[in-house]
Design a protein around this ligand. Structure first.
Ligand code: CP
Ligand code: NVA
Length: 308
């Protein structure tokens, strides 16, 4: 029977905190959880959620994943705990990790997440920062694997902002040797350190392309992916970004230039007629709700692997 392997790193702060083999193992565990072929419990364990930003999918999928493992979740709202009143992260982390077995944190700065991890005696999971969204990338690649069975010759084209979601797709794509193309307006390219790290992993293979031309990026692609143009925390830039991203909407014209069996992904929440048209969002090429469901299965596998 498939068994969880304890992850080599204690924390999951970045897509690169797990190895290629560990990604494949988590995807396999997740598939078995999804097919109900696996019943492993990690009873009585407690997950603490600390979310400085809003969430629907991440919060609920973590809660359900934990309850499916026989454990429970405490949802710590920074507004009603001392976190919101400025208690230092190093104190909060040392206290909460004595109560909880694992912490999932959604915040702004990656350095704050790293500070939690430094002081926490329990594993810390990145539930989204401004820099990365690694749990999302695991669910995305699980969805791609379900559709295409393996990652051989898959081309993933992300059209939009070079944001946290794009950064984690780049890193996880590099671990899995998937060709990743990012098309964004000038000035909105993904983080250069992330791009450099991915290129190191790809070695001399030329599998990461950053371009300002959505049309060349989608040509022959198997997966078209997009995300909001303005992420949480960027509300004041919204009007300017809406103008800058004109021409980067995934519409039927763009889809027609991709591979004929292309699938459409979006991490959600989605803004129709901004980054994607309603027609494409609702089309039979969309796997957006499978992708959302897979958040729960990969996180169940991830939690189990961290708690084993
Ligand atoms: N995709 C995602 O992380 O959604 P939420 O912001 O609703 O958690
Ligand atoms: N890039 C988006 C993702 C939301 C899940 C944000 O950070 O708001």
């Amino acid at each position: 029977m498939l068994k969880p392997n304890k992850l080599v790193n204690k924390n999951f702060l970045s897509s690169l905190d797990i190895s290629t083999e560990e990604v494949f193992h988590i995807l396999e565990l997740a598939k078995n959880f999804k097919n109900k072929d696996l019943k492993i419990e990690s009873s009585n364990k407690v997950l603490g959620l600390i979310f400085d930003k809003s969430s629907t999918r991440t919060r609920v999928s973590f809660q359900v994943a934990m309850s499916r493992l026989g454990g429970s979740t405490i949802d710590l709202n920074p507004d009603t705990s001392q976190i919101g009143r400025g208690e230092p992260i190093k104190d909060t982390a040392r206290v909460l990790s004595r109560y909880c077995d694992v912490l999932a944190i959604r915040t702004f700065n990656q350095s704050d997440l790293e500070e939690y991890a430094k002081w926490s005696s329990a594993p810390v999971i990145n539930a989204l920062t401004d820099l990365e969204h690694p749990c999302q990338a695991l669910a995305d690649f699980m969805t791609i694997k379900e559709e295409f069975y393996d990652f051989k010759n898959i081309v993933l084209s992300f059209i939009g902002d070079g944001n946290n979601v794009a950064n984690s797709l780049i890193l996880c794509g590099a671990l899995l040797d998937v060709e990743v193309r990012i098309a964004c307006p000038k000035g909105y390219e993904p983080n250069q350190l992330i791009v450099n790290k991915a290129r190191e992993i790809y070695k001399n293979k030329n599998l990461l392309q950053i371009t300002n031309d959505p049309y060349s990026s989608v040509s022959g692609a198997n997966v078209l992916y997009t995300d909001v143009w303005s992420s949480m925390g960027e509300e004041i830039q919204k009007e300017e970004k809406d103008k800058d991203f004109s021409g980067f909407t995934i519409d039927k014209n763009l889809v027609s230039m991709a591979d004929k069996d292309v699938i459409i992904l979006h991490c959600l929440p989605a803004y129709r007629s901004k980054e994607i048209t309603d027609e494409v969002f609702e089309s039979n090429k969309s796997r957006i709700f499978e992708q959302a469901e897979n958040r729960m299965h990969v996180q169940q596998a991830l939690l189990l692997s961290l708690l084993s």
